[in-house]
Design a protein around this ligand. Structure first.
Ligand code: OGA
Ligand code: MN
Length: 223
């Protein structure tokens, strides 16, 4: 017989994005927020295993800029390689991540009234020497991207390795985010300019967007 009491308590203790999570106020005040323990070390390791598998399968491709109509690959603007994730795959190795993203999405709707409906995520690899110049994410958005989430997977990152995310809040100034394993950066896709400084070591992340509209699977065909 199913032990419902246990099931409910496990579900409850797993909840991260409760009403008192600092992210809601950070996003409202500054347009961005950082979560240092978004992924556990074990989850980071599982994500890296998938990245290496997809690399071996040759599933990464040079990321492009612009929507379908003005598709171009411009390595002067960005030098990363990406592989889109299909959350509908049965027994997806990143199911834990999609569950957490769904929980985040529900929290954002409940506490920030964002009306989010869906998400799209890709694996990202920045080889040494690559970067992504200052930009807004929404210009690439054919899908009403509202919130950007970047999850970092760099277990051995140290100062000097480069690849920091620089966020330019609306109030001015700039925030430099070290891309250390387990951390997530969350920000408003349409209003927060940001850039990735040149990586001096290979840099891995999972990047995605929470959207206002349902996506279907068309996003899997994007650059
Ligand atoms: C992006 C992006 C930031 C990062 O992929 O659009 O800005 O820190 N990524 O990887
Ligand atoms: Mn971006």
């Amino acid at each position: 017989m199913v032990n419902f009491a246990r099931f409910i308590s496990v579900m409850h203790s797993d909840l991260i994005f409760t009403s008192d999570h600092p992210l809601w106020d950070q996003l409202a005040a500054d347009g961005y927020g950082l979560i240092n323990d978004f992924l556990t070390r074990e989850e980071v390791e599982r994500s890296l295993v998938l990245i290496h598998l997809r690399e071996e399968e040759d599933r990464f491709h040079a990321a492009g800029i612009g929507a379908l109509g003005d598709y171009q690959k411009n390595r002067i603007i960005r030098g990363d390689y990406i592989c889109w994730l299909d959350p509908s795959l049965p027994d997806h190795p990143l199911q834990f991540l999609f569950d957490r993203i769904r929980e985040l999405l529900l929290g954002l709707n409940r506490y920030c009234y964002l009306g989010l409906q869906d998400f799209e995520f890709h694996l990202a690899y920045y080889p040494a020497g690559s970067f992504y110049r200052k930009h807004l994410d929404s210009f690439r958005g054919r899908h009403n991207r509202i919130i950007t989430v970047v999850c970092y997977l760099n277990l051995k990152w140290q100062p000097g390795d480069g690849g920091e995310l620089v966020i330019y809040p609306e109030q001015g100034g700039k925030i430099t985010v070290e891309p250390t394993a387990g951390k997530a950066a969350v920000f408003l896709s349409e209003t927060i300019p940001h850039e990735v400084l040149e990586a001096r070591q290979p840099r891995f992340s999972i990047t995605g967007w929470l959207t206002k509209t349902p996506l279907g699977t068309g996003f899997l065909l994007q650059d």
